[in-house]
Design a protein around this ligand. Structure first.
Ligand code: BV8
Ligand code: ZN
Length: 244
């Protein structure tokens, strides 16, 4: 459990900060019942990444990839944001210069009210045409297979960044600004293994930010952050914004 003094240090830093950036991973949604990727109940446990979250996999077997995303859409459709998502949305309204970077595709931050957010790995509720590139919101559960574009009849795909695909430049620019200029970076619920997000804590640190991590376990970033708060996001994140 996080020690009281460490919690106090992070609270003070947040209270004094003008510019705050938050980076989240699957761990923040674990408390909403969305399985993480690499934990004991991880999504990847039953599948090999190469079989599902890559353009090659989609090329090879679009039906299999769509079946996996349909399974995840059905699962996520029943989940709600938790106290950690809500606390971050509240912080956005209070802090003059705030940005949220999430690796999560579940949309729960937006459901909690976050607006200043970069969904750097995409969003499971958006689908994109492989032909004309149009991106649309789609809440069908499930998406009837195989979906084709009403405009150009090409195959539609999840609007998700797969391994080996570059993040969109708009997101990368927003992330760079948010990391280079923040007084405090909070890193919540990520195993810190997927790049470029795995490098974000050191970018902020090198630019002079105070960096704190919230995670029940230690991660590759734990050695470089200023404070590591060991615990669940739903328990710790709301405490960070209590009046001191
Ligand atoms: C790119 C979409 C340029 C799918 C995802 C060799 C070295 C370095 C990099 C590479 C390399 N080889 C290839 C690369 C690049 C590659 C990469 O980083 N690979 C890794 C695996 C080595 N990256 C890319 O390809 C990226 N693109 O770099 O473009 C390029 C172009 C061409 C060729 C090369 C490079 C694209 C990456 C995006 C991949 N897509 N998702 C989908 O979601 O359907 S990534 C996937 O992992 C998810 O989006 C997820 O968000 C992300 C990261 O995982 P986490 O969020 O951290 O989740 P995880 O389960 O791992 O951890 C959960 C954590 O929560 C744990 O720490 C746990 O302790 C904690 N936790 C649990 N419960 C709680 C909790 N915390 C708080 N509270 C709790 N209750
Ligand atoms: Zn099209």
């Amino acid at each position: 459990m996080a020690s009281g003094s460490n919690l106090g240090i992070v609270k003070q830093r947040l209270a004094a900060a003008r510019r705050i950036t938050v980076l989240t991973g699957a761990g923040i949604s674990a408390d909403s019942g969305v399985p993480t990727f690499r934990g004991a109940d991880g999504l990847w446990r039953n599948y090999r990444v190469e079989d599902l979250a890559t353009p090659e996999a989609f090329q090879r077997d679009p039906r299999l990839v769509w079946e996996w995303y349909n399974w995840r859409r059905e699962l996520i459709a029943t989940k709600q944001p938790n106290e950690a998502h809500k606390a971050i949305a509240k912080l956005e309204r209070r802090c003059p210069d705030f940005w949220l970077i999430t690796q999560n595709v579940d949309g729960l931050h937006r459901d909690a009210g976050s607006q200043k957010v970069s969904e750097i790995h995409g969003n499971i509720w958006k689908i994109r045409c492989t032909g004309c590139g149009v991106v649309e919101d789609n809440r069908d559960v499930p998406v009837p297979l195989l979906p084709s574009c009403p405009r150009c009849e090409a195959l539609l795909r999840p609007h998700i960044v797969w391994f080996g695909e570059s993040l969109c430049t708009v997101d990368l620019d927003s992330c760079s600004r948010a990391l280079q200029h923040c007084d405090v970076l909070l890193v919540i619920g990520t195993s810190g293994v997927v790049y470029p997000a795995a490098g974000f804590a050191s970018v902020a640190k090198e630019a002079g930010a105070f960096v704190a991590e919230i995670n029940p376990d230690s991660t590759p970033q734990s050695s470089l952050v200023d404070v590591s708060l060991q615990g669940r996001a739903k328990d710790l994140v709301p405490l960070l914004f209590d009046p001191i």
